[in-house]
Design a protein around this ligand. Structure first.
Ligand code: IFM
Length: 619
């Protein structure tokens, strides 16, 4: 099954359906909203790699003005879900072809629309909007660009110019002096003498037409979105939309579908015997296919292309949770995701320096340059609204190891040696250097420790020797040594040049570090302690901790959260370690840890159940 369908209309679904019916092409994401929706309904056309900061607020990804805004009245009766309850409503997402469709019946008209974000032309999107008159009379259709954009921490865009020529275009400048241009061409199959209307943040063409009951009228909209540091983005966008609209909607759609068919030929997985699981898996694959960046050197934000939640930033989610999919389906995409980390190495080095360390400390939340985008006060108190200091940016040091693992796994999958030569090895060495500089050496035991960290379980901050982090850091240092020797053997001259860049004479120091970094072993019950002192925490289960909440949205972590004094954890931690390094642990150890940690796990992140699932499969 490739179709997600929802029948019936309820305003309660406006926001969740925006996410569920999302379409995208790795560069642009368009939420599954209806044409009559506006900022208050969280309409968003999200652009990957485009960010802006408004004043002291969080720097976040940009939502572009919406080129698919359409409203309709027939005989002065609104055909608009926000103003009139529809008689019927069906919304569909065709996963096979990245297509959104709606069909809504009002008293006076039946509206059908279909849209796609073009997989072959990443700056373009197209929509066919048609209505069948159910009564003869007078219709008014308004279509165009809605530039009253929904922002979490905006406003980000200030109008610099609007153009009304062959195309209608809106050009805005951001707080950071970047330009964003959206151009749209509206073609209709009815007599077309529109009036230009500018009101309430919209740039519209108003079409008035006499309609006959039973007849269908179609408007096709082609759009182009550009972002860049010069106002020339307008010319690019105008030219872009003219080129794009030079082929018919059907032709563009056919080409788009062909590309999607090709992607599914490689990526589809069928589960026999469980229809729901089969669909859920396919639905996840669909989202991964909408996310692959093909043209620009960007990566994949944690919330995909759905909007500004998590600031459009890139987390460890990409390397650990998504990259394996691209290894299997599209190694070129996988390599680009790695190249993004190579490109952002200067940001990681800068962060390490800022925090007083050496090497590369990757941003917990990374944007286009790799500078840290994670705020020091990332959550707020549910009762008082006051900001709570979180240490994600400062202490979640496993991010650098996640990047290192991503590089090594991608190299192993692709055997593309250029990845190592063109920055991959340098990143590995800088990551090793970072961990060594972070670690404390105990001269009595001759062991290194990684103190004051946060593991994947974010509820326990500033802990010592988090097992996941230590094993990963050890492995990262081993990778640097291993690939260092490989490059030295194959390309000695280049190896010397890379070592010079990193400021290291030999691999001996990293090798010693890897051999002497403390990694906790299973105890007599086969359990690896999540961090030093975890077993001493209060032994209560998730439900008990939940019952202690005073407010529904209260944060369980931070300094005072309900989970902090207990064994209750946010997400898979030791379990993730075992999934990533399956050969290091026996099946009995995996089983013991699965059963030990699961009752303590809140699964407060979508990164949790999947790891338990994977470990269950291994077991
Ligand atoms: O990276 C995750 C983190 O592990 C848990 N909080 C949300 C982040 C983004 O998905």
């Amino acid at each position: 099954m490739f179709i997600l369908t929802h029948v019936g209309y309820n305003r309660i679904n406006i926001v969740p359906h925006g996410n569920r019916f999302l379409i995208g092409n790795g560069h642009l994401g368009y939420r599954g909203t209806l044409e009559e929706y506006q900022a208050s309904e969280s309409v968003a056309l999200n652009i990957v790699g485009a960010y802006d900061r408004m004043g002291e607020k969080w720097r976040e990804s940009l939502n572009a003005p919406n080129p698919f805004f359409v409203t309709l009245t027939v005989n002065n009766e609104y055909c608009d879900t926000l103003k009139k309850s529809p008689k019927n409503h069906i919304q569909r997402l065709d996963l096979k072809h990245g297509l959104f469709e709606r069909e809504t019946t009002f008293k006076n008209a039946l509206i059908r629309s279909q849209r796609f974000v073009d997989k072959n032309h990443v700056e373009n999107l197209a929509m066919k909007y048609e209505f069948t008159a159910l009564i003869s009379g007078q219709a008014t259709l308004r279509a165009g660009i809605d530039h009253d954009v929904w922002d979490t921490n905006g406003p980000h865009l200030y109008e610099t110019k609007v153009y009304m020529d062959k195309a209608i275009s809106y050009v805005g400048v951001t707080n950071e002096n970047q330009y964003l241009a959206v151009s749209a061409i509206i073609q209709t199959d009815f007599t077309d003498h529109p009036i230009i209307e500018r009101k309430e943040g919209k740039l519209l063409k108003k079409f008035s037409l006499n309609v006959i009951a039973g007849q269908t009228y179609t408007a096709t909209i082609f759009a182009d979105v550009r972002f860049g540091n010069s106002s020339h983005v307008f010319e690019e966008s105008e030219k872009g939309v003219l080129d794009y609209a030079s082929k018919s909607y059907q032709k563009r759609l056919a080409e788009h579908k062909k590309t999607w068919n090709g992607l599914w030929k490689i990526a589809d997985v069928k589960l026999k015997g469980d229809k729901d699981a089969d669909f859920a898996l396919r639905y996840s694959i669909y989202h991964l296919l909408t996310l692959s960046p093909t043209k620009y050197l960007t990566s994949i934000p944690a919330r995909g292309l759905s909007g500004q939640t998590y600031k459009g930033a890139i987390f460890w989610d990409t390397e650990i949770f998504m990259l394996p999919f691209y290894h299997l389906t599209d190694p070129e995409i996988a390599k680009n995701l790695i190249r993004y980390r190579i490109k952002t190495l200067p940001g990681a080095k800068h962060k390490a320096q800022t925090f007083g360390y050496k090497g590369a400390f990757y941003a917990w939340e990374s944007q286009e340059t790799g500078e840290e985008a994670c705020s020091l006060y990332n959550v707020s108190d549910a009762q008082t609204g006051k900001p709570i200091r979180t240490y994600f940016a400062d202490k979640q040091i496993h991010i650098s190891g996640d990047v290192a693992l991503g590089i090594a796994n991608t190299y192993e999958r692709t055997q593309d040696f250029s990845l190592l030569l063109e920055g991959g090895l340098q990143v590995l060495l800088e990551v090793g250097k970072f961990y060594k500089s972070y670690a404390t050496f105990d001269s009595q035991t001759k062991l290194y420790h990684l103190n004051d960290v946060i593991g994947p379980d974010e509820y326990h901050e500033r802990v010592n020797d988090n097992a996941f982090t230590n094993y990963l850091a050890k492995h990262a240092a081993q990778l640097a040594v291993h690939y260092g020797h490989l490059v030295k053997r194959k390309e000695p001259k280049l190896f010397r040049a890379i070592m010079k860049k990193v400021g290291q004479k030999s691999l001996g120091g990293l090798s010693f570090f890897a051999d002497h970094l403390y990694c906790p072993l299973p105890n007599e019950n086969g359990i690896i302690e999540q961090f030093n002192g975890y077993f001493q925490k209060e032994d209560v289960r998730v439900e008990t901790v939940r019952s202690r909440l005073k407010t529904a949205n209260e944060y369980w972590g931070g300094a005072l959260g309900v989970a902090v004094p207990t064994r209750v954890i946010k997400q898979a931690d030791v379990v993730t370690l075992m999934v990533l390094f399956p050969d290091l642990f026996s099946n009995a150890t995996k089983k013991a840890n699965f059963h030990f940690y699961e009752p303590y796990t809140e699964h407060g992140s979508s990164l949790s159940a999947c790891m338990y699932g994977l470990l269950a499969c291994q077991i």
